[in-house]
Ligand binder design. Structure first.
Ligand code: HEM
Length: 421
């Protein structure tokens, strides 16, 4: 198995930059501090990961790799690796949702689910979801921002993602709040709560009974309404579309839970980090000078932030890879953040990297289902930030502490110059 040599060439330079890591205001320094604030073990793992080429065995963790080609090979090998046994997210979800997860998340039912849900998020449907869920709120945010008001993009991202979940799942929303955004903040927080169950599972995915009980209560809060709306849900909601695609009630509720867990924190994390990267790297000026790099900027933000920094798998059957033998029962951690960042920092004109493809969305049969939606969401944020052709600056920032997905708790951005008269 060849190692991705052309990707790892800048590694030496990056090891040196690790020494400077804690200091400075570079985009890289902020990203690394953000990771450390989220989970103190992450920088250590990422640092280790730079040596984990092609693979390295780490006591108590198992096999670790940050090699993009090995990562892809592992993610594309359902014969030897699974996410369902101890150590994978499937095992986590089976304890919460029930044994049917074993079929639907990675078993024969998964193939059927993915085949049927292939058309859920295309470029076109994703843009339509963004327009419908966010159009009005983004319009207001943009008008205020361009008029000179500071904008906490971390907070707005959580509100927008809450709104997206509401739209996708047709969730009933409480009205009549003093601040209508509060209802969406709460929905986001519920998703966060559910995802937090995965916190501390880097070493084990065996959940204690009280955690299982509270997770089940959260799932019920988010998907309980689906029983009543499944039969009549509009075709332009995800529930209606799932029904039209032939997914039963149980699969639809399972998929809804997955969307909630997989597509909330990750998306919100990427949105605010995109803004910070544009400013910290100075690349916003190059993007403003040449807006044809819009899609490249989105891809680069996803690569550099890699909001799902680790993907876990378990070995089902012995396998030879990268000159090492992985034994049945071993665990594997794929360090996507490290692998994706080997190529260097955020550059809006960096060409597509074929070795990586879109490793930030995983690979193989579990490749992110919401990739086109995430890209459409980031595109809308880019337009909000730079759509009037003027640069932005970061006025204030706070990293999120002890969160599953590294993210800004607060990122206040402002327009640099006065609006044109
Ligand atoms: C920047 C945003 C996002 C990132 C970085 C991301 C990343 C990922 C990754 C790495 C996986 C694979 C996990 C594995 O192999 O174990 C995944 C799976 C998934 N993602 Fe995303 N995701 C994002 C946004 C979204 C959105 C917006 C949605 C939908 C609303 C979504 C829905 C899913 C689903 C349903 C899966 C499970 C697919 C399966 O198991 O077959 N994701 N995502």
């Amino acid at each position: 198995m060849p190692v991705a040599e052309d990707l790892v060439a800048p590694v030496r330079e990056r090891r040196l930059s690790l020494l400077r890591d804690g200091r400075g205001d570079s985009a890289e320094a902020h990203e690394r501090r953000l990771l450390a604030a989220a989970r103190p073990a992450l920088p250590v793992l990422n640092w280790l990961g730079q040596f984990a080429r092609p693979l390295m065995k780490v006591p108590r963790l198992g096999w670790v790799t940050a090699d993009p080609l090995i990562a892809r090979a592992l993610l594309n090998d359902p014969e030897h690796l699974t996410l369902l046994s101890e150590g994978g997210v499937g095992h986590l979800w089976a304890q919460i949702l029930g044994d049917w997860v074993y079929d639907l998340f990675d078993g024969p039912g998964h193939h059927d689910l993915r085949t049927r849900s292939r058309e859920l998020f295309t470029e076109k449907t994703s843009r339509a979801f963004v327009d419908r869920a966010w159009g009005e709120r983004l319009g207001r945010a943009r008008a205020a921002f361009e008029a000179g008001e500071p904008l906490d993009l971390a907070d707005l991202s959580r509100v927008l993602v809450g709104q997206m979940v509401t739209t996708l799942l047709g969730l009933p929303v409480e009205t009549g709040r003093a601040d209508p955004d509060d209802a969406y903040r709460e929905i986001f927080a519920t998703g966060e709560e559910l995802a937090a169950i995965a916190l501390g599972t880097t070493a084990s995915t065996e959940l204690p009974p009280e955690v299982i009980a509270s997770a089940r209560a959260i799932v019920e809060r988010l998907t309980g309404h689906i029983d009543a709306v499944y039969a009549s849900a509009d075709r332009d909601t995800i529930i209606g579309r799932c029904r039209e695609l032939g997914l039963g009630l149980r699969e639809t509720k399972g998929l809804a839970t997955l969307l909630m867990v997989a597509g909330t924190e990750t998306a919100a994390s990427a949105m605010a980090r995109l803004a910070a990267l544009l400013v910290d790297s100075g690349e916003q000026h190059r993007l403003l000078a040449d807006p044809s790099h819009r899609e490249d900027a989105i891809r680069e933000a996803l690569r550099v932030t890699s909001p799902a920094p680790i993907i876990g798998r378990s070995v089902m059957a012995d396998l030879e890879i990268g000159g090492r033998t992985l034994r049945a029962g071993d665990r594997v951690l794929i360090l996507t953040w490290t692998a994706n960042n080997l190529a260097g920092g955020f550059r809006v004109d960096r060409p597509y990297l074929p070795q990586l493809r879109q490793l930030w969305f995983g690979a193989g049969r579990h490749l992110c289902l919401g990739g086109p939606l995430a890209r459409a969401e980031l595109g809308a944020i880019l337009d909000l930030l730079l759509g009037d052709g003027r640069p932005i600056r970061v006025a204030r920032r706070r990293y999120g502490h002890r969160v599953l997905i590294p993210a800004y708790a607060e990122l206040v951005v402002c327009k640099d110059a006065a609006p044109p008269r």
